[in-house]
Structure formats: C-alpha cells, structure tokens
Ligand binder design. Structure first.
Ligand SMILES: [Zn+2]
Length: 187
C-alpha cells in the first residue's frame, strides 16, 4: 500500500500540470446506465480501488507513472449497482439557460444578453413551467412584450421541454466522445 500511495503521488505530480487528469470520463452504473461525468483522476482512483472497471479506453492516450502504465479511461462502470433516487431537475433560470444551450429560443443568438421569457405571458395566465419558459435575448423579449409569439410575429426555433438527468449529462460536455455514444443514446 505504501508503494501504491507513492506511485499515486508521482502519477498525480506528473500529470496534474497539463490538465490531463481533468479529462472527462463517462461513469456508468453496474447496469450500464449513465450516471455522471467525472474526471480521469477520479476514474483512475475508482478503478484502482476496485470500485469500477474500465469499459472503454482512449487508445490515443495513455497514462504512465513511475512503475505502472494505465489505459486512459473514457468510459468506466461501477462494479456494484447503486440505486439513485429519481431526481427532478429543478426549474431555475440557470437550468432553463442550460437546457436551451444559452441561445435565444426565437432567434438562436447567444451573443446578446439573455433573459427568460414566458411564451404565454404570465399576465395572461401563462405558468412557470418548463414548457412555458424559454431563453430569449433582450431584443426578442422586448419585441415580444406582453404578447404570444404568434401575435408578436416570432417563431420558436426550439421546443421547450422538461429536461431529464440524461439530457443534462449530454449538455454538460462540449463534445461527446465516440465511445460514450452507445451509452448515452441507447437508453
Ligand atoms: Zn433573440
């Protein structure tokens, strides 16, 4: 164990400087259901502790420490199934922006100040729901005012929906690794 710890330390010293240990790894439950995204450092620790196993590696990269070499993890799977209670994504301004990829739901622009728009105005009974709230840039929001999109001559370019845990997982990374796709799209 002593050697292991020393090795782990060297490993970290060698790789932490260039951010390689922060590369993203998809973490699956024992059932292959996607759970979350962690960094390489955590993934290697989980494998090392026998809590997870490697499902897919990134063959273009490898990790070497003083005395061992590791396959660079891309997808890992927990050895023991963990039961995660169904978590509802909370309806917040931040989560609406995240769902809409920080783009205006009417013009698609992301380079303008963004607000949250009630598609059916609240003054006319529009509710605070995932389906009735959308990201809107300031000009579109001002143009729309207290009207429905149709009345204001605006078209929604996205369909607002209640997001799932999986959608948030997909949105939280800029580029999906090819090795992740079978697990993120077949569920
Ligand atoms: Zn807009």
């Amino acid at each position: 164990m002593k050697n292991t710890q020393k090795d782990g330390f060297d490993f970290e010293t060698k790789y932490s400087h260039n951010g390689i240990l922060n590369s993203k790894v998809l973490l699956l439950n024992a059932s292959y259901e996607p759970l979350s995204i962690c960094n390489v450092k955590k993934a290697v620790c989980l494998i090392f502790l026998g809590k997870a196993e490697l499902v897919a590696d990134n063959s273009a990269k490898s990790l070497r420490s003083v005395s061992s070499s590791f396959q660079f993890p891309s997808v890992i799977r927990l050895v023991h199934f963990i039961k995660i209670p169904y978590k509802k994504i909370i309806l917040t301004r931040k989560n609406i922006l995240k769902r809409d990829h920080h783009k205006c739901g009417y013009c698609g622009r992301s380079d303008l100040p963004l607000t949250i728009d009630h598609i059916k105005p609240s003054s006319r009974g529009g509710e605070d729901t995932w389906e009735n709230l959308v990201t809107a840039c300031l000009p579109c929001n001002n143009k729309k005012g207290d009207r429905t999109p149709t009345e204001a001559g605006l078209n929604l370019v996205i369909r607002p929906y209640a997001p799932s845990h999986l959608m948030f997982l997909k949105n939280s990374v800029n580029r999906l690794e090819d090795s992740w796709k079978p697990y993120l799209f077949n569920v």
